[in-house]
Design a binder for this molecule. Structure first.
Ligand code: SAM
Length: 262
């Protein structure tokens, strides 16, 4: 194997930052995932992050960090991880229904499917060719807890079979935060959570998001700054909770949330 395709394991970094580390089998699946993505990337343009250390940090570690508050870590919590247990009272050992909205190359949904085999994960994207690839990868990795769904989030939220179905919605790099909230909240069951994976986070964004989320039947529960362990970049995970049914007009028609954010 060439060094360009060798994924580091960095077990101590997982432990120091998230108080958790993958099992050898999960690490093996991470390696396989990386290699499948590298092999398919030229045709499918799945990601620009292909250097092994970058892939580890920006795809694997970042995906897992979003559910960091719900990982089974031993106390004390690592210094970078806030104790959100009283803000996010969520029994993550249950077989949760989870959706990754706009999954693209499978992030954050696939790393989470690998480490949480009891969670049932729906990977949603509007591009069929990406989902065809992800179906192939999940079969190769032997993941039985993943299904693909090709549609727009605006449509899915209006289908009775999907509306209010999920316990947890994950969404990374799909649009402005209030657009992500409009995609995610209609899909959540009451008391479900959405995790918005964001980069920098500004006060104005927080204000706009808080207004949008309250129109959608949710509340902003926590904003967790996340320091990336290798590049020291700062990211933020925003945790929303659904507290009321979302009004039937949301999500609005395809394209409207982006053109006219709440
Ligand atoms: N979440 C992945 C990540 O962080 O690497 C992929 C991000 S990529 C920039 C955005 C993805 O969202 C694309 O694959 C696109 O097809 C999908 N997408 C954008 N808008 C969508 C919508 N309204 N419904 C479903 N998928 C959407």
């Amino acid at each position: 194997m060439s060094s360009r395709t060798q994924l580091p394991s960095l077990s101590e970094v997982w432990l120091q930052t998230l108080g958790w580390q993958p099992t050898p089998e999960q690490q093996h699946q991470f390696v396989e995932l990386f290699q499948h993505i590298l092999a398919a990337n030229q045709q499918l343009n799945l990601t620009r992050i292909t250097e092994p250390q970058d892939f580890w940090e920006k795809h694997l570690w970042d995906s897992v960090a979003g559910i960091g508050p719900w990982l089974p870590h031993e106390p004390p919590l690592p210094s970078g991880l806030q104790d959100l247990s009283s803000d996010l009272p969520f029994d993550s050992s249950q077989p949760l229904r989870v959706i990754d909205i706009g999954t693209g190359g499978g992030f954050p949904g696939l790393p989470i499917a690998i480490i949480k085999p009891t969670w049932q994960i729906t990977l949603l994207d509007s591009t069929q060719k990406k989902l065809t690839f992800l179906a192939h990868v999940t079969a190769e990795l032997g993941l039985e807890n993943v299904v693909m769904c090709c549609d727009r989030a605006e449509n899915l939220g209006q289908y009775s079979t999907y509306r209010e179905l999920f316990d947890l919605a994950l969404i990374r790099a799909v649009g402005p935060a209030s657009v992500c909230a409009e995609y995610a909240l209609p899909l959540l069951a009451l008391k479900g959570y959405a995790v918005l994976y964001r980069g920098q986070w500004k006060t104005e964004e927080q204000k706009a998001l808080t207004g949008a989320v309250s129109q959608l039947g949710g509340e902003v529960v926590a904003v967790m700054p996340v320091n990336m362990p290798r590049s020291q970049g700062v990211r933020h995970c925003i945790y929303l909770r659904k507290i009321l049914p979302t009004a039937p007009q949301f999500p609005r028609r395809v394209g409207v949330p982006t053109r006219k954010p709440l």
